[in-house]
Write a protein of this length. Sequence first.
Length: 240
Amino acid sequence: MGIIFPKKGKHSPELGPVAVVAGTENDLSLLCELLAINSKDYQKLFTSRLYCANRTDHGIALCGPAVGAPYAVMVVENLIAWGAEKIIYLGWCGSISQQVKIGDIVLATSAFIDEGTSQHYQPNKNNRTYPSERLTTRLSDEMTQAQIKYHSGAIWTTDAIYRETRSKVETFQRRSALAVEMEMSSLFTVARYRGVDLGALAVVSDELTSFKWRPGFKLKEFKHGRQAACQVIKNVCQKM
């Protein structure tokens, strides 16, 4: 057992069982709009903003931004200690598959561990970790019902955003990874370690497939993909 253990104190917030973590500031703001959350009514959680369940219309806690494996795990550890049992993470990713384009939504069914946080929780000989099957199915069903195109498959999680080299991309392409990002494998690891459900979506913000970077942050396809993903998360949370 660790020396420092996340726990609920007498001044800790009441979260309820459902929480959403947004990796980026942009999606945090969009989720606030969709969930009718007053964006100014929050408390700090490290450098993130936490909107507590007892202050939102739908009883859903919302937190973010949370970028990078160690920091995202710090945030999620506290959310779990404060009552979250079902967590959905939304982030951005870079495509490494020819079939996955800017603006597409990726539903992670597993994640390759290429970050340093997961190994501190439990050994993983395969360097691969998995989300909650129940939450992944809920997200999949919602997108299918809404006729939203999406890809499901493995994600590659890395710590080093500027070290996505050609050899690295080729390695994970051979392992059939669809995209690369910086949080999911660590979040799947900590959720399983703590015994809670966690599922994740990522919207494709850029492409690395051709080994030349193609950014798409300003494209309308990316904006539409983010809007669709946020709506899916809202709908799933309201049904839990």
